[in-house]
Design a protein around this ligand. Structure first.
Ligand code: SF4
Length: 372
């Protein structure tokens, strides 16, 4: 017996956004059906001698909403036929404005999807253009309205801040307008300029200018305070939710629980092994699903447990560490945690170890310290 999360990867997008380094591409519409058939087969052929109950399903991308709704339904049916279902499963799909109409939302609801995550990113048309998004703010508002009208009450908006040329006032305006729509969840990400993206070149050549670190932090801390007043509590570095609407699927990752990924390049963590699928679309479609297993040592596992757990606001407890690994945290990390507490990067709160505000800002440095 076991409980798992299932991730389904749909790598297709209408157009590649200028900052995107995800496993996604545009202009491959002719492969939609074959790709869907291949995922269904991959699920059907998955072998395990364990009986598994699916607690969460997350259909992400890419842009899953570019696919016809009936393809998504076929994939969900394959998951339902393969694993035990839990009637309280959280089933999420990522939707980008401009790629789903009201009928699509209705179909999603009918097939049992109960959580929508909308890739809004910004509500300013000027910034959406800078990002190379295919939608405008009007399409976002339309999309949010259709999701609600179709009966969804668990809705997330993904928003980005610290965008080139964005002012604190613009960010305040965007977040205020988003909150007015009363989503149950908000994910707020600071822009990261990744190498090998058009954005990287544009920043290198001076065509785009980053906001300063101080402005970035001002936007983040303003949002944290602002959201408190509207009943959103922060449960992870970038995630805020109304009580009871935390994303259970993502918590699976942060608590280092098991999940299975299906689709191009999808990652799995299962039976103590971590592996990812093939990244080559044509090979994947031809049935060569598997990519490779990742090597990781016991020490990697200890460190990873800390990085992931500390992303969450309530951090980790000594007992959780012991229950997970069967060894005491101190016997693995020595006095590292104590030193980080002395440096005010970590703190102990009701028997749990969490990042402080300074620790959140310097989280990469904290995580580096915890590398074994
Ligand atoms: S929609 Fe998302 S996955 Fe697709 S290109 Fe844009 S950022 Fe990347």
């Amino acid at each position: 017996m076991g409980e798992i999360g299932v991730y389904i990867h749909i790598p297709f997008c209408v157009k590649k956004c200028l900052y995107c380094d995800f496993n996604s591409f545009s202009g491959k519409e002719e492969y939609f059906e074959e790709y869907k058939n291949s995922i269904v087969k991959e699920i059907e052929k998955f072998e395990t001698d364990r009986e598994l109950t699916v607690k969460t399903i997350f259909i992400g991308g890419g842009t899953p909403s570019v696919m016809p709704a009936e393809f998504i339904c076929d994939i969900l049916n394959a998951v339902g036929n393969k694993f035990n279902a839990d009637k309280n499963s959280e089933i999420s799909i990522e939707v980008n404005p401009g790629t789903a109409d009201f009928d699509k939302f209705k179909s999603y609801r009918e097939m049992g999807i109960n959580r929508i995550s909308v890739g809004a990113q910004s509500l300013e048309d000027r910034l959406l253009k800078v990002l190379g998004r295919v939608h405008n703010s009007e399409q976002f508002f339309e999309c949010a309205e259709w999701a609600k009208k179709a009966g969804f009450s668990n809705i997330n908006f993904d928003l980005m801040f610290a965008l080139p040329g964005q002012t604190l006032d613009e960010w305040k305006k965007t977040l205020s307008a988003a909150v007015k729509l009363n989503p149950s969840h908000l994910s707020l990400y600071s822009l990261i300029v990744e190498e090998e993206t058009p954005f990287f070149e544009m920043f290198e050549s001076g065509k785009l200018k980053s906001v300063s670190d101080d402005e970035d932090r001002a936007m983040y801390y303003w949002a944290r305070e602002f959201l408190k007043d509207f009943g959103y509590f922060q449960y992870e570095i970038s995630n805020f939710a109304k009580k009871g609407f935390e994303c259970r699927h993502n918590i699976t990752y942060w608590k280092r629980k098991e999940y299975l990924g299906f689709g191009l390049g999808a990652c799995s963590f299962f039976s103590g092994k971590r592996f990812h699928n093939n990244y080559d679309l044509l090979e994947y479609i031809a049935g060569s699903w598997f990519g490779e297993e990742e090597d990781f040592s016991k020490n990697d596992a200890f460190s990873e447990f800390m990085f992931l757990g500390l992303r969450m606001n309530d951090g980790i407890s000594l007992k959780e560490f012991y229950d997970y690994f069967g060894v005491e945290l101190d016997s693995v990390f020595g006095n590292k945690v104590e030193l980080l507490i002395e440096q005010k990067l970590l703190e102990e709160k009701s028997g749990r170890i969490c990042l402080t505000r300074k620790g959140v800002d310097l989280s990469n440095a904290v995580f580096r310290e915890l590398l074994l």
